[in-house]
Design a binder for this molecule. Structure first.
Ligand SMILES: CC(C)(COP(=O)(O)OP(=O)(O)OC[C@H]1O[C@@H](n2cnc3c(N)ncnc32)[C@H](O)[C@@H]1OP(=O)(O)O)[C@@H](O)C(=O)NCCC(=O)NCCS
Length: 184
C-alpha cells in the first residue's frame, strides 16, 4: 500500500443517462436511483485511494434540491475529502445536464463515509491524503469538524432518547400533528 496519495489520483466522475425506467409516477427520477449511483462512485473513489475493498458506513447531507428529468445526463464528481485511520469521507457533487440547452443544475452535494476492509474482512489502514490546494485543505477540515459534530449529536440523541417519558406524552405532543389512540 502507498503511504500517502494526492486527492487527484482517486478523483472520479461518472455520467449516466436518465432513462424512463428510472422515473417515478410524476416523471421525475427516483431519489433511490441517484443514491445507488452515488454509492457506486463513492466506492470507486474510496477503493482507488485505499487500494482495497471498501464498505459504506454512513451517508450525510442527502437533500435533493432540484428534480432530475428523464433524458438528462447526471454527472457525479467524487473526491476523497478526508481520511481517518481506516475510514474515508468521499464528497460527491451531483449535477444534471440538459443536453439540448446545455443547462447544468446542481442537484445535491453529499458525503459518504466508507471504511476500507482487509482480506480478513476487518477495517484496514488507508494511505494518508496529500492536500495540494486550499480547497482540499478546507474540505479536509470541514470533514473533520463534521465528524466531531456527528459524534456529539449521536451522544445527545442517545441521551435524549433515554429521557423520553411516555407518561408525559400528552403534554409533550401538544400542538403536534398527531393523535394518541392507544389500542389495547
Ligand atoms: C464499518 C464497520 C467495519 C465498522 O466496524 P467497527 O467495528 O465499528 O470498526 P471500528 O470501530 O474499528 O471503526 C472503523 C472505522 O469506522 C468508523 N466508523 C464506525 N462507525 C461509524 C459511523 N457510524 N459513522 C462514521 N464512521 C464510523 C470509525 O470512526 C473508524 O474510523 P477510523 O479508523 O478512521 O478512525 C462495520 O460497522 C461494518 O462492517 N458495517 C457494515 C458495512 C456495510 O456492509 N455496508 C454496506 C451497506 S449494507
Amino acid at each position: 500500500m502507498s503511504p500517502s496519495k494526492p486527492v487527484r489520483l482517486s478523483q472520479t466522475t461518472i455520467t449516466e443517462l436518465m432513462i424512463p425506467a428510472y422515473a417515478n409516477f410524476g416523471g421525475k427520477i427516483h431519489g433511490g436511483i441517484l443514491l445507488s449511483l452515488m454509492d457506486k462512485v463513492a466506492y470507486a473513489t474510496a477503493s482507488k485511494h485505499a487500494e482495497t475493498y471498501c464498505v459504506t458506513v454512513s451517508v450525510d447531507k442527502v437533500e435533493f434540491l432540484q428534480p432530475v428529468e428523464v433524458g438528462e445526463l447526471v454527472l457525479m464528481h467524487a473526491s476523497v475529502n478526508y481520511v481517518g485511520k481506516t475510514s474515508l469521507v468521499v464528497g460527491i457533487r451531483v449535477e444534471a445536464q440538459n443536453v439540448k440547452t446545455g443547462i447544468v443544475k446542481h442537484t445535491n452535494s453529499s458525503f459518504f463515509t466508507m471504511v476500507a476492509k482487509g482480506d480478513d474482512d476487518k477495517p484496514t489502514q488507508v494511505p494518508e491524503l496529500i492536500l495540494e490546494n486550499e480547497e482540499e485543505i478546507k474540505r479536509f477540515i470541514e470533514a473533520m469538524r463534521m465528524k466531531e459534530i456527528k459524534a456529539k449529536v449521536r451522544e445527545q440523541m442517545d441521551d435524549a432518547k433515554s429521557k423520553i417519558e411516555v407518561d408525559n406524552a400528552r403534554s409533550l405532543l401538544k400542538g403536534q400533528r398527531c393523535q394518541i389512540k392507544i389500542r389495547l
